[in-house]
Design a protein. Sequence first.
Length: 459
Amino acid sequence: MRECSRRTEVTEHAPRLLHGAPRGPTVPAPDTLAGVKPLLRRLAATCAATVVLSLQAVGVAVADPEIGPFNSEQCRATERTADADVPRAWHLDRLQMEVAWGAATGKGIKVAVIDTGVAAKGTAYFTPDRLTTYDFLGGASEKDKAALGMDCTHGTEVASLIAAGRPDGRDVDTRTNFAGIAPDAQIISYRTLSVSEPQEGEVESLAPTIAAVLDATTRKVRVINLSQSVGPLDPLLDDYGNAVAAALKQGIVVVAAAGNVTEGVQETSYPAAFPGVIAVGSSTPTDGAAKESRPGSYVTVGAPGSDITALLPSRVRDSAGSANQAYTSALVGTSYAAPIVSGVVALMLEIDPTLTPEQVLDRLKATADPPPTAVPDDRLGAGIVNPMRAMTGVMRPQTPEPGADASVAVAPLPTREPPDMQPAMVAVGVGIGALVLAAVGLVAAVTIPAAVRRGNPAD
């Protein structure tokens, strides 16, 4: 058990959600929690025991929490966003996702979101076949009941940045361009943290997060997103590291937020600093490093993490149309940069499912847009993630994007043109042409000698 605080830095003992955005007023949702039946709990315990036995061979410690069902109707909801306030997602324009979605949408890729609960009821962005939710906290607490619902804000924001839907290539809500980076990916959600913004003195255990990593590993997800952090003195840090190492060994890509800072606070952040983990820093609309982003030699790449648009838990009504949807547009922190990279990884794995975690990490670094400072940058690593280059393997340019801001201050949205993706598209065309020529050559090699043999009986 560790003490949490509202401060933005990662404390030495507390598992932390890495956020920073103000929260708007919420509208209570009906509290329909009836409790998990004893039989289901016994079955869940049996399942958890199976997970433990299967992973003890790789040295992963046993975690106590039991897995159970999660009903997102138990989440506290937020009132719909007024038409005039529906935001546009600048990060989708910056990353040229309309181009990237022509190559991949994350279809067939499972991504585990280990966070607070995720609210899927009341939204048209998620369908039941693309979101599976589990609970490692045993359902609603007395505090949740008193608040008329569970806190699902942070997990909903993170999951939506990865995989909010875009059915048939169309915007769900015509008032905004918002969608997840991998809008056809499947989310496996684990509720392991009870609050989005811990109050002073609140305690959260790291054990549920460790148990969720173990469970996600047995379910053969392809990506695990961890938008949370602990410091180097956490007593369960070794168990956490073993669980993450087991996931990596099974070919699962682990993406984590690099961490947030306040003035004068410098501390290594985990799981971002674990070997093999893709640690994500936060960038601004002008491609500079966000001042909130924790510096470190372990930072792999950066991604947009300032003034980010995402979904909030919406009210449950008779229909889950876009008119019901609640949004936020003021999210700040590496907590929101990490799921953007998780979405890009899902796109990469759709195109090439054979990529290993090490290959994914190396390619993200090799294809990132260079930071405005020297490479590696202590906040942005190799630079800002570039989805098209990451998917195609086209190497990054060797100079920063024109007009990039080398400062760490958050700046207003620029009017400059996005990076030129023509080299990546040309590479795709060249690759396809090479495949066609190879196929023609193979056919010729087989058919021409056969024709000669048929034309000369003496052969």
